[in-house]
Design a protein around this ligand. Structure first.
Ligand code: GTP
Ligand code: MG
Length: 380
């Protein structure tokens, strides 16, 4: 191919040459955001018929006008692992930041199959009909392992995804949980700047992910289903303690009574736990995401929460604390990454590993040696 060079992705290294394993093949004309290539219409924004590179102003302008293809591309820019995109992503975010923050951020967790996506579809439609603009995001720590995405099943939100005032973004795939969540936090800001006033974040209940999502939302909802036997069995107390409400879903048909009994048991158990949010008593309620019964009550509760915590100052205080926690987690991510990428550390680590394993070097000594090498290393 004579013009092969021009078909390389823009993140391919300059000196990648033929040996560089990635190249873009000619395929169907079209953009990855589902739009025909080169035909991005500017809905009030100044984005023209350009498809290729957008400059910072294009991104910012597109997001502020809620130009959905540009919004999607901005999130893709933020999610990019390519060093070349970092600076532009940071610049775009810095310009959008003053317009972000005006939303309620709701985290929704629960075991696989509890009905989170179905609930988001029902709740999202309810909100859109009330005039809200809803963004749905996913945090999926397992996606780096399975290569999948919990919102891959967009069919569960078929009606919602067709709504003008709704934007659904599946989980960024790949990367550590830390990387995924850094991007999720930034994605929240971008959606807010685009005017979405309710952000719903789905995460699957696998331990660490709930804690991480709790640290980026205002209201945290735990979706549960009634099972046989002791209702509290198998549900980690720790997750209940960070929830602002427990929602027993699938309260319909033959399951309705069982769900109500389970809900009453949870309500009793909650009396003995410290609420997740000061000034707000964690509630237990039932709903059916399929019939829609109880869904509007979920929203009424979230509104009440917003009002109460807004008046008490708790809402603003939590957001401030979350901003600082974000700073610390970014620093930790950065330090960890720099440490393990360091050539001297890597060399020593591989030689020390065997010695720690066979017991000839103490773990403490190994750790000290590695840190010493890191601090002395000229390349950071
Ligand atoms: N009867 C009944 N079924 C429901 C209800 N909500 C969800 N389901 C069903 O439960 C199954 C799982 O629903 P999802 O919404 O995909 O559950 P999820 O929690 O998002 O699952 P993951 O994303 O895989 O963790 C689907 O077959 C739904 O139709 C409900 O309120 N009542
Ligand atoms: Mg789901």
């Amino acid at each position: 191919m004579s013009d092969e060079r021009s078909y390389k992705p823009d993140w391919a290294p300059e000196d990648g040459g033929d040996a560089f394993a990635v190249k873009v093949m000619r395929g169907i004309e079209g953009g990855h955001d589902g739009l025909p290539s080169g035909r991005i219409e500017g809905s009030g924004s100044r984005i023209s018929k350009r498809r290729q590179r957008l400059d910072t102003e294009d991104y910012v302008d597109g997001v502020l006008h809620n130009h959905r293809p540009i919004l999607a591309r901005t999130i893709t820019l933020i999610e990019s692992n390519c060093a070349e995109h970092y600076d532009q992503a940071r610049e775009v975010l810095a310009q959008l930041q003053p317009r972000a923050g005006r939303s309620i951020r709701v985290g929704i967790t629960g075991v696989p199959g509890a009905g989170k996506s179905t609930l988001i579809e029902a709740l999202g439609l309810h909100l859109v009909h009330q005039g809200h603009k809803v963004a749905v995001l996913a945090v999926d720590p397992s996606s780096s392992v399975t290569g999948g995405s919990i919102l891959g099943d967009k069919t569960r939100m078929e009606k919602l995804s067709q709504q003008e005032n709704c934007f659904i973004r599946p989980s960024p795939s790949g990367g550590t949980l830390g990387g995924v969540t850094r991007k999720s936090r930034e994605t929240i800001l971008v959606c807010e700047a685009a005017g979405y006033d309710v952000i719903l974040i789905e995460t699957v209940g696998v331990g660490q992910s709930e804690i991480t999502v709790r640290s980026m939302v205002d209201f945290f909802l735990l979706v549960m289903i009634s099972g046989a036997g002791d209702e509290l069995q198998g549900i980690k107390k720790g997750v209940i303690e960070i929830a602002d409400a427990l929602l027993v879903n699938k309260a319909d048909g033959a399951n309705k009574i069982k769900a109500q009994v389970a809900c009453a048991e949870y309500a009793m158990a909650l009396k003995y736990l410290t609420p997740a949010t000061r000034g707000w008593e964690t509630r237990a309620l039932t709903c059916s995401a399929i019939t829609g019964e109880g869904v509007s009550e979920v929203w009424d509760m979230i509104r009440e929460f917003r009002e109460i915590t807004g008046e008490s100052g708790m809402f603003a205080q939590r957001r401030k604390e979350q901003a600082m926690a974000w700073v610390y987690s970014m620093i930790e991510d950065y330090l960890r990454e720099t440490f393990y990428r360091n050539g001297d550390v890597r060399g020593l680590l591989s030689s020390l590993e065997g010695k720690v394993l066979d017991g000839s070097v103490l773990p403490t000594t190994a750790a000290e040696e590695l840190l010493k090498v890191f601090y002395r290393s000229p390349v950071k």
